[in-house]
Design a protein around this ligand. Structure first.
Ligand code: ATP
Ligand code: MG
Length: 273
């Protein structure tokens, strides 16, 4: 009986917490290193600059990179009145990551499924998110424990943003991500092709380092929206290393304008959902 009561209380807490968050977006890819965390961070910052209340949940438990991308890797989360206080970047932007709970930035997390599920649940129900317009959830690559837990706990996710690079191997995994989302009843906001072409600073020619993308073709075939192509730029990599999202320091650059265009599409799509 008391066990049942605890389960019921936990479900209630989760429901109450999720009720305060209008739109939940997951950022995913079948392949690692394609720019999920970079895109999740810049999306969240851009939305917050437009006046939305935004939270970023770093659901990459083994490789949290959001703290580094925001230059807050030495921040620590703490508990207050039974709730975990996220890091408040400003009045519109809150962040939670396991990185804020580790003794050192280099400490590994050696956990299996059940512990990860418990932490993901805590991130959703015990973090003081308050009222949010958007919760942007950065997932680890693939379709493992964290992704399944998020989809099952949230139940109603507004949409998945699928990130790829133009490489064949990345595009193959896109199809897996799409099928994963469909299987878990998560609607798909669209696909973003990242690291798409490089403009040589010397000859000014466009070089397709990872080949010419077939993303648009895959989108057509799989009936999902293509949201845009973000080029490879030294400034994007530099911004990540500096811990300052590129939409802040490089807002006049072509890639930021392309990115803002994608953000507008995401806003439009989520507002009508
Ligand atoms: N368009 C781009 N141009 C240049 N560098 C980029 C671009 N997009 C991402 N990067 C860089 O590529 C690296 C990997 O990006 P990121 O960490 O966002 O990928 P990820 O998909 O989250 O990786 P993981 O699968 O490990 O979580 C970072 O150093 C980032 O700065
Ligand atoms: Mg990442």
């Amino acid at each position: 009986m008391s066990g049942n009561k605890t389960v019921w209380q936990e479900e209630n807490k989760l429901e109450q917490s999720l009720k305060e968050i209008k739109h939940k977006i997951i950022v995913m890819s079948g392949k690692g290193g394609v720019g999920k965390s970079t895109i999740a961070t810049n999306l969240a910052v851009s939305l917050s600059k437009k006046g939305f209340k935004v939270g970023i949940l770093d659901a990459d438990i083994h490789g949290p990179s959001i703290p580094k991308l925001l230059g807050i890797e030495n921040s620590k989360a703490y508990e207050k009145n039974g709730k975990i206080t996220p890091i408040n970047i400003n009045e519109n932007l809150k962040v939670m990551s396991i990185g804020f709970m580790l003794p050192k930035t280099t400490s590994p997390v050696i956990w299996r499924g059940p512990l990860k599920l418990k932490l993901i649940r805590q991130f959703l129900q015990d973090v003081q998110w308050d009222k949010l317009d958007y919760l942007v959830i950065d997932l680890p690559p693939g379709t493992g424990d964290e992704s399944i837990s998020i989809a099952q706990l949230i139940k109603k996710i507004d949409g998945a943003l699928i990130i790829t690079t133009p490489q064949e191997v990345a595009l193959l995994s896109v199809q897996k991500s799409i099928n994963f989302a469909k299987r878990l009843n998560v609607s798909i906001l669209g696909l973003i092709e990242n690291m798409s072409g490089f403009n040589c600073p010397y000859c000014h020619k466009e070089i397709n380092i990872f080949g010419k993308g077939k993303s648009e073709e895959v989108c057509k075939r799989m009936k999902i929206d293509f949201l845009g192509k973000i080029p490879i730029r030294c400034e994007i990599a530099k911004a990540s290393d500096k811990g300052k999202p590129f939409v802040l320091d490089y807002k006049e650059f072509d890639f930021s304008k392309i990115f803002e265009n994608i953000v507008e599409k995401i806003i439009q799509k989520t507002q009508i959902m």
